[in-house]
Design a protein around this ligand. Structure first.
Ligand SMILES: Nc1nc2c(ncn2[C@@H]2O[C@H](COP(=O)(O)O)[C@@H](O)[C@H]2O)c(=O)[nH]1
Ligand SMILES: [Zn+2]
Length: 240
């Protein structure tokens, strides 16, 4: 997020307090993540799903944990702000963290798209959606990093997916195909994610900020790399 703010020169376009909201949201957006997604929380009727009535249980939890940490005197980075600013920051952080629920991805991206090509930084609605988009980009752009940095994190993510789906199978809960070790591989997972989620998101963001084009390059290279691996494994299977 810090890098995105500098690359896009956002500090000249939106207020310092909105930058604080975005940085705090990016930092706190996955606090105390249990490693099982919202579908699992809801299907397994976990304590979090019960507490948040099945509405983005994880993101509500991450946000509640963030404000609970900030309520401790030794962690309260907001202790010197006015009541009015506190309300603004709290509202913004809640909006940005709740926006990281991937179930809302298409809605948020469509809203952002609808503001182009006349995006207006002084329009509150436009600015708030951009802030959500920036936090979302920070959340899911592991593949924008060099392969040597991105791949170990991807391995952790797949481990998390498979751990969840194994546990769902044991408990007789619904299993999402994209998490099922019998249905996905690392290359297929990444080609789908990059093609259908990451590139469409970057494509909209770079319309507003053409200066970000270069950070899409590693994403395209990763897509090529995983597509090649996927084709090679398909050829291997068909010739066997
Ligand atoms: N297959 C991939 N899925 C990814 C990748 N990066 C992110 N994601 C998906 O997004 C969510 C983000 O939510 P979070 O609460 O876990 O941060 C994550 O769970 C994945 O479903 C990726 O590189 N490949
Ligand atoms: Zn999350």
């Amino acid at each position: 997020m810090y890098g995105l703010i500098w690359l896009t020169d956002l500090q000249s376009k939106i207020s310092t307090i909105d930058l604080l909201i975005m940085l705090t949201s990016a930092l706190c957006h996955d606090l105390d993540h249990p490693g099982y997604n919202n579908a699992y929380q809801i299907n397994a009727q976990t304590e979090l799903a019960l507490r948040y009535n099945d509405i983005s249980p994880l993101e509500n939890h991450h946000c509640a944990v963030a404000f609970s940490i900030m309520s401790k005197p030794e962690c309260n980075i907001l202790k010197n702000v006015t009541c009015e600013h506190y309300k603004h920051i709290r509202g913004g952080v809640i909006r940005c963290i709740l926006a990281t629920d991937m179930a809302r991805h298409n809605d948020i991206l469509s809203q952002f798209k609808s503001f182009q090509p006349v995006f207006d930084f002084s329009n509150k609605e436009h600015k708030e959606v951009l802030m959500k988009i920036m936090v979302k980009v920070s959340d899911i752009s592991n593949e924008a990093r060099p392969m040597a940095v991105a791949e170990p994190w991807l391995d952790c993510l797949l481990q998390e997916f498979f751990h969840q789906s194994d546990s769902e199978k044991l408990k007789g809960l619904p299993v999402a195909p994209f998490m099922d070790r019998d249905k996905v591989s690392k290359p297929s997972s990444q080609t789908n994610f990059i093609r259908f989620v990451l590139l469409p998101l970057f494509s909209e963001l770079t319309k507003l900020f053409p200066c970000l084009q270069h950070i899409v390059e590693p994403v395209r290279r990763a897509l090529q790399h995983y597509s090649d691996l996927e084709s090679a494994s398909q050829k291997g299977t068909s010739s066997a």
